[in-house]
Design a protein around this ligand. Structure first.
Ligand code: ZN
Length: 285
């Protein structure tokens, strides 16, 4: 599913290509897309309205409208927004078509059918976003934030980082890469992580997400930008879906195991479950 770098890329594309356009007509092809309000009200409140901005909060893509409403997308694994033209009209898995001025159309397609959209006023939007943790690049998310918020928890670090109430925007691809960089086993309990490891984790979160943005996202399977182009960051992954391949940092091999129900990829030599470093020195709390 699109994570922070992919939604950020789509948001930038919308700013460049779509913001300023008027929505002339709306076709809701799959009503299960629309969570709020009804599909009929959703369409009627969008028609004749100008798109005034685009922003991202966590993994939410927020299209700002001249009426003050916000069109909020949660793109799931197969969720794609495609601008026709220049992109050729997609033929299948269509959920929504926004007919824009200038004979252009913005298609939402999702072959998994899990993408959802909401049309919210200011209060509803604020309510919807209120429980989200800080953005990883904001000042609030400094190196002391994670140890302060979750440093006493006995839960495993991987599901904590995926919890959008803890920190926003990280999903299953980037979290494996982040934990590899920080040399933390995905099952490490938060309350056993040392000060130095928290600092390495904070740096790894920012550097991995920044690289993902720079490479315009990760296309492992279905992710495409608004012009139907794949991202490039899949070429830079070290552990995600690299099980059976050599670890780039040691003589060992990357493995894949379920952690808290999610397939997880890591190097058991570089990321020791007991928290001992590669030199075998146990880091005391
Ligand atoms: Zn290794």
């Amino acid at each position: 599913m699109p994570e922070l770098p992919e939604v950020e890329t789509i948001k930038e594309d919308l700013r460049e290509l779509v913001v300023g356009s008027e929505i002339e007509r709306v076709e809701v092809i799959d009503p299960s897309l629309v969570e709020q309000p009804s599909a009929e009200e959703f369409a009627s409140r969008l028609e004749g309205v100008r798109i005034t901005g685009a922003r991202r909060r966590a993994k939410h893509l927020i299209v700002e409208l001249g009426t003050g409403d916000s069109l909020v997308f949660q793109l799931k694994i197969g969720g794609q927004l495609l601008l026709v033209p220049p992109v050729e009209e997609p033929g299948s898995a269509l959920m929504l078509v926004l007919y824009l001025d200038g004979d252009r159309r913005l298609f939402l397609r999702d072959e998994t059918g899990f993408t959802r959209a909401r049309l919210l006023d200011d209060d509803e939007l604020e309510e919807r976003l209120s429980s989200l943790g800080p953005e990883p690049f904001e000042g609030e998310f400094d190196a002391r934030y994670l140890p302060r918020e979750i440093g006493s928890r006995r839960a495993q670090i991987k599901p904590l980082l995926l919890d959008q109430k803890v920190v926003s925007g990280i999903g299953n691809i980037y979290v494996d890469e982040i934990l590899y960089d920080a040399r933390l086993h995905p099952r490490r309990k938060a309350n056993t992580i040392s000060e130095g490891e928290w600092e390495a984790l904070h740096a790894a979160i920012r550097s991995n997400l920044a690289a993902g943005i720079e490479h315009r996202g990760t296309t492992v399977r279905l992710y495409k930008d608004v012009l139907d182009r794949p991202g490039e960051h899949q070429n830079y992954l070290r552990v995600f879906e690299k099980h059976g391949q050599p670890c780039p940092g040691c003589e060992g091999q990357v493995v894949r195991e379920k952690v808290s129900g999610r397939p997880s990829h890591f190097c058991p030599a570089c990321q020791r479950e007991d928290g001992s470093g590669v030199d075998g020195q146990l880091e005391l709390e």
